[in-house]
Design a protein around this ligand. Sequence first.
Ligand SMILES: NC(=O)c1ccc[n+]([C@@H]2O[C@H](COP(=O)([O-])OP(=O)(O)OC[C@H]3O[C@@H](n4cnc5c(N)ncnc54)[C@H](OP(=O)(O)O)[C@@H]3O)[C@@H](O)[C@H]2O)c1
Length: 420
Amino acid sequence: MPIPFLASVLMDGWPSWLPGPWTLTKAGSALGAIAVTKIYASGATCTAERNMHGRVVMITGGTSGIGAATVYELAKRGAQIILLTHHEHNDAFLVDFIDDMRERTNNQLIYAEQVDLRSLHSVRKFATKWVDNAPPRRLDTIVLCGSTLTPPGKSRTETPDGVESTWQVNFLSNFHLLGILSPAIRAQPFDRDVRIIIPTCSAYIRSPSLDKALDKKDWSPGKAYARSKMAMMVFGKAYQKHLDAYKRPDELPMNARVFLVDPGYSRTPGMRRWLTRGTVWGLIVYLFLYVFSWLFLKSARMGAQSILWAVMEGSLVRDKGGKVVKECMVVDCARKDVDDEAIAKKLWESSDKLIEEKEKDAAAKRARAKKREMEKEEDKKERERVEEIEALVNTIKKGKQKDKEKPKSGKKAKNGEKTA
Ligand SMILES: NC(=O)c1ccc[n+]([C@@H]2O[C@H](COP(=O)([O-])OP(=O)(O)OC[C@H]3O[C@@H](n4cnc5c(N)ncnc54)[C@H](OP(=O)(O)O)[C@@H]3O)[C@@H](O)[C@H]2O)c1
């Protein structure tokens, strides 16, 4: 086909039905530039492979975006998935999501546990149940994809625990979860390669200092998000040191490693909420300019590649952990204070204190609510008892009234007989 075409161009000249060579060159260059941009923006693809059969993966945020793409890839390779989600077990979306994921991956071992990252109590309830299991349950990988952000222009919100939402969902609850799960992680047999994956974001580079809390007046969605990611970076590194400091009973080195993974900017529901500023107008503009996000942002599947690499790459077994991963390779950290032990210590202690305080407050609130509920129940029972007695008294009264009326009608009847 190309040879006869070239021959006809040579013999008869450029065909009239084809745009001119210059136009074709321009169109080709434009298409090439788009293709190169798309390939570059999509980032690296994970080439690491690992048989995930029998491995247990616990994941937060596994129901959407990068988390859902990670679940799909790992489940396809046979991993047992435990989705930690704020949805209730009988939630129609969750049931559909799991059914669909089981069907698409041909893997029935996908389960869900209710963990709401907006509630420290919910995190503790799940984690203590997991840790209380004897013998310790198998746990190979933890992926912490659950996150939130406040769209730009929107105001600061707090969780029911009274903590700024971004801080609690993105950092404090993860800190709480890993803190409680620590014995279960350390108890894994020496030949198990345990990995804890903390997704981070390059936004951490412009995070305000962790030294002092973010003032309400100083608060902005961008600062809150960046600061929560910075805190996870500092905590992730400190958590690795905490694991390494543990003396295993078999005296072997620690086999659990933390990796801080930057998935890169991706087209996920979270990113969409950020770009559209959480407004309908924003959504219309986003859809109108969708071609730009398609071109410059990764798909959720491509965003999951570095996470998959950190989960499956064999050479990381020899790594010490606490490393940053980006584009499927270990990279340097862009901020020195991420390794600052004094900051890490302060963050750890203040977070412990905040959790204790908020958990106590929440427990007292729950106790008060329970008491109110019991009082209401008692009142209801009392009212029912009174109504029952009143109904009984009324029945007796009616009965007596009827008894009184009976003889009269009897007399009337007898009188009637006489007159007849
Ligand atoms: N997307 C990006 O461009 C990008 C860039 C750099 C880093 N990252 C990081 O990558 C990770 C995944 O990002 P993503 O964009 O895929 O996130 P996403 O689309 O916003 O999804 C967030 C996930 O967290 C879950 N979640 C939210 N609130 C929760 C709560 N209270 N309790 C339990 N789960 C909760 C959501 O569940 P529901 O959907 O059921 O509410 C959802 O599954 C995040 O850590 C993010 O910071 C993302």
